[in-house]
Every structure is written in structure tokens, then in C-alpha cells.
Ligand binder design. Structure first.
Ligand SMILES: Nc1ncnc2c1ncn2[C@@H]1O[C@H](COP(=O)(O)OP(=O)(O)OP(=O)(O)O)[C@@H](O)[C@H]1O
Ligand SMILES: [Mg+2]
Length: 262
């Protein structure tokens, strides 16, 4: 029997397809959903002399495609918060959930897979591998996921184009400027299309002008690539682009101000 086409000319859908289409439409209508949740989280470091309470009763929700700037003085717990969010540190109390899943329930292998597929990291010190070209550096996370060599390098080249480095694919880090190195690191964080990018003082080693352009680039990621970003920074200018500006002191979240409009 011939299928009856609807007004769009498409054949009729089954219930399952119709529901998926409706969900996809809801998800693409600009609404955002909870991605990361920290609930009453505590983290203590035990040192021979004392116990340092680095994160205290911290509750925070980050939504999909949200750009969150995290400010606070040295030692206030910003990096610890990022490591908790990444599942690199375990909370002593409270829960850290990613898309509703408690990170504490993941075994080592699943936690590693989670970090490789869902997260991207950008650090102050770039952490590029010396002796490998920009393209090879960016391909690494894809190769570690088992993606075939040629495809990994093609996607790495695309990611480098996105950060404005199409002309530097074959340069090793020693032949790149600080800002270019950080762009390579951002491309490496982006290339696997993670849902969350954790950036820990990514402009700390850059001069003011280069820092601005790197902040600008990070600020556009949620809108362009779809990743949420938590950006730890001492740079107040970063706040101008953020959806929210968080401030930490003594392990606690002080304020949750709105950032500038994107
Ligand atoms: N591995 C560790 N062992 C013991 N104490 C630690 C450890 N890591 C961090 N701390 C302590 O925990 C507190 C929070 O550190 P954290 O690195 O999270 O701060 P931060 O806000 O990132 O600081 P900065 O701006 O200097 O990077 C500090 O008092 C620090 O000394
Ligand atoms: Mg830090």
C-alpha cells in the first residue's frame, strides 16, 4: 500500500519517531538544560600539619552552553572546584553530577571515558607536547579515543582553523607564540566536541592583548560549538562575556552575579 505523505511531503512517522522529533525540536529551540550539578560539596586536603578545607558546602549548577566565569583570590579553591567538576578529585561530602549521573558511581575506566568524551581542559601552562606539531597535538585526544589516524588529523586541522591557526598546522610549540600555544590548547579541548570545557587561568601566562583575544575566543565557544565553559580567571574582563560570574573565597561561593550579555 502506498504511504500517505503529510503536508511536508514526508511519509507519516511512527509514534517513536514523532516523540524523538518533538524532543529534538524542544532541545533546539534555544532552551538549555542542567549539565553539571555540585550539591553541598566539601573537599578537604590532609597534610601532615593540618587539614585544609578547600571547598565548603558548595552548591552550583551549570547549564548546557553556559559561560561561567569563576573569580577569587589565590587559594580560594577555584582549581579544586574544577577538579571536582572533572571527577579528577572525589568530594568528601555532597554530590557531583554530570547530566544527572553521580560521578562518584563511575569506576576508573568509565571516569576516564567520561573525561575523554565529555570534557575539554585548558590550563595556564598550555601542556602541549614538545616536538609534536600543532596538528598532532590536537589530534591526540581523538587518537586516544581510537579514532583513525587520518580522520583524527583532518578534524584536528578543522579545529585549528576554528581558532584561527590554519597557517600553523605544522609548527611545533617552540615555534609558536604564547597566544598561539593557548589557541592550540583550546583547539585540543574542542576537537572532541565536549559538553563542558574547564579552563583554569588560561590567560595567566599571556600579555594583556593576547589574553583579550584568547578570552574572546573562549567566550564564543558556548554559542558556536555548544560546549558550556567554566572559566577560572583573575581577569575581570572575562566577566563581560559570561552568562554568570561566580566568586569564591575560603572555599565558598560568595556571589552569583549575572555577567554581561553575550
Ligand atoms: N594537593 C593539595 N594538597 C594540600 N593542599 C592543597 C592541595 N591542593 C590545593 N591545596 C590547598 O587548597 C586550597 C585551595 O587551593 P586551590 O588550588 O583550589 O586554589 P585556587 O583558588 O585555584 O588558587 P590559585 O588562584 O592560586 O590557583 C589552598 O589553600 C591550597 O593550598
Ligand atoms: Mg588554581
Amino acid at each position: 500500500m502506498d504511504q500517505i505523505a503529510d503536508r511536508s511531503g514526508r511519509p507519516p512517522q511512527g509514534i517513536g519517531q514523532a516523540v524523538s522529533a518533538a524532543v529534538a525540536e524542544m532541545e533546539s529551540d534555544g532552551r538549555t538544560w542542567e549539565l553539571l550539578e555540585l550539591e553541598h560539596v566539601h573537599k578537604r586536603y590532609s597534610t601532615p600539619g593540618e587539614v585544609i578545607h578547600a571547598v565548603r558546602d558548595l552548591t552550583l549548577t551549570v547549564r548546557e552552553r553556559e559561560l561561567v566565569a569563576l573569580l577569587g583570590p589565590s587559594g580560594s579553591g577555584k582549581s579544586t572546584l574544577l577538579m571536582l567538576a572533572a571527577g579528577l578529585l572525589r568530594a568528601d561530602e555532597g554530590a557531583v553530577r554530570f547530566e544527572g549521573r553521580d560521578l562518584a558511581t563511575l569506576g576508573r575506566r568509565d571516569a576516564l571515558a567520561h573525561r575523554r568524551t565529555q570534557l575539554g581542559f585548558v590550563f595556564q601552562s598550555f601542556n602541549l607536547t614538545a616536538g609534536l606539531t600543532a596538528q598532532e597535538n590536537v589530534a591526540i585526544p581523538l587518537l586516544m579515543r581510537g579514532i583513525e589516524h587520518r580522520q583524527a588529523h583532518r578534524r584536528a586541522a578543522q579545529a585549528l582553523c576554528e581558532v584561527g591557526l590554519a597557517h600553523r598546522l605544522d609548527h611545533v610549540p617552540q615555534r609558536l607564540s604564547g597566544g598561539e600555544c593557548q589557541r592550540v590548547a583550546i583547539a585540543r579541548a574542542l576537537v572532541g566536541q565536549p559538553k563542558l570545557i574547564l579552563a583554569d587561568e588560561p590567560t595567566g601566562n599571556l600579555d594583556s592583548e593576547t589574553a583579550s583575544s584568547v578570552l574572546e575566543l573562549l567566550g564564543t565557544l558556548p554559542a558556536r560549538g555548544g560546549a558550556a565553559v567554566i572559566l577560572v580567571t583573575h581577569d575581570e574582563r572575562a566577566a563581560a562575556r559570561a552568562d554568570r560570574v561566580l566568586s569564591m573565597r575560603d572555599g565558598m561561593l560568595l556571589t552569583q552575579a549575572r555577567g554581561g550579555a553575550r
